[in-house]
Design a protein around this ligand. Structure first.
Ligand code: PMP
Length: 381
């Protein structure tokens, strides 16, 4: 039986989301821009989903904009915020461990003339909030940081940094890539005071190709592409009603089960840590206080890809680094100061609401077996 432990890459769509998406395709298939009843029905689906997202974000529903996923949200947030502030400062503050949808967008802005300061984790792998406060100044137009790192599970100190930065520089735009922390860590974007917050549907039991962006009331963003003016001009094109309906239903399911899902992650994480500690040669890379839905480990001497495919033969699916880097050696793990041998042999195990204790035991047994075999083959004692 297959054991899927790569839920940070993507999750299986939950039945509620699949049903909602299907209904929006075959029953409520109108275009939300149409003035007749079919259009209105589709518009109602969008509003209901917006309210579901807003309930989890802790904001008013008209602050939620639907996008084609978090990559889209991050581009709209960063490029749109800068485009709306041509006369503001020219410095962007970010981190060395961002997902490429933020990292590459900011590098593109750097090529257009912005100065970029990238805050790095300290030697222990944690970020110091004061390093962000030291990096921002009068010339800073944008601070963009992730909520939870997608490879390590490290929780960034956004809850300290954002309020402190906004207090000192109220005009400075703050953006959080919330993909890996959203719904997993209690959140109210309004209370936090962040200006922009990106999230993705497919990491949260919704279909792929849909996500959203929270924009604080009064924060101006210019569109990065033009068309029919949907989503108040920020994401033109006929709305992906089936995907959005699916995301709304998935968010509703999460909201009803949030405490139980969180408990499951914590228990699985503790169990997996204990099992990994029993296997000689396995080291845990994730911090003890990381987000519990993922655990990054290494088996020094056994390259990630070899281990990944050996586990795959047992129908166990894990990740080497992040799915987006397609097997490329992780620059993020190196940025967290992991030694090269650990980077080369890193595996990311990530849970969903459906992951069970039995599955973790099966994975641990398989990892022990494969480790013993492979370490003999590659000659590591
Ligand atoms: N940011 C982070 C932290 C992510 O983990 C991902 C997905 N790997 C993204 C952004 C991109 O999300 P999407 O696939 O919805 O574009």
């Amino acid at each position: 039986m297959e054991i899927y432990l790569d839920n940070c890459a993507t999750t299986r769509v939950c039945p509620e989301a699949a049903e909602a998406a299907m209904n929006a395709m075959v029953r409520d298939y109108g275009n939300p821009s149409s003035l007749h009843k079919k259009g209105l029905d589709a518009e109602h689906i969008l509003t209901a989903a917006r309210k579901e997202a807003a309930a989890l974000l802790g904001c008013a529903y008209d602050c939620v904009y639907f996008t084609g996923g978090a990559t889209d949200s991050n581009n709209i947030a960063i490029q749109g915020a800068l485009a709306a502030r041509p006369r503001a400062g020219k410095t962007i503050v970010t981190t060395t461990v961002e997902h490429s949808s933020v990292g590459a967008t900011i590098t593109a802005m750097e090529k257009r003339g912005y100065t970029v300061k990238r805050v790095a984790p300290r030697a222990d792998g944690h970020f110091d909030p004061y390093d962000f406060l030291d990096a921002v100044d009068e010339d800073t137009v944008l601070l963009s940081m992730m909520m939870v790192n997608n490879e390590m599970g490290t929780i960034l100190p956004y809850d300290k940094v954002i309020p402190a930065v906004k207090k000192r520089f109220p005009e400075l735009i703050t953006h959080i890539d919330g993909v890996q922390g959203f719904t997993k860590i209690p959140l109210s974007v309004e209370r936090l005071g962040v200006d922009l917050f990106s999230f993705s549907g497919h990491k949260l039991y919704a279909p792929k190709g849909v996500g959203g962006l929270y924009i604080r009331k009064g924060v101006r963003i210019l569109p990065v592409e033009y068309g029919g003016g949907q989503e108040k001009n920020l994401h033109s094109g006929t709305e992906a009603v089936p995907m959005i309906a699916g995301m709304g239903a998935a968010f509703s399911m999460i909201r009803k089960n949030q405490a139980a899902i969180a408990r499951n992650y914590r228990e699985l994480n503790a169990q997996l840590r204990a099992r990994m500690a029993e296997i000689p040669g396995v080291v845990i890379n994730s911090p003890a206080d990381g987000c519990p839905h993922l655990l990054n480990i290494s088996v020094p001497g056994v390259p990630s890809e070899i281990m990944l495919h050996a586990l795959e033969e047992k129908e166990i699916y894990v990740s080497s680094g992040s799915a987006c880097s397609k097997g490329a050696q992780s620059s993020t793990l190196a940025a967290f100061h992991l030694p090269l041998e650990r980077v080369r042999s890193a595996l990311r195990i990530s849970f969903s609401r459906e992951t069970t204790a039995e599955q973790i035991d099966c994975f641990a047994d398989a990892l022990r077996e494969v480790t013993e075999k492979l370490r003999k083959v590659v000659g590591v004692d």
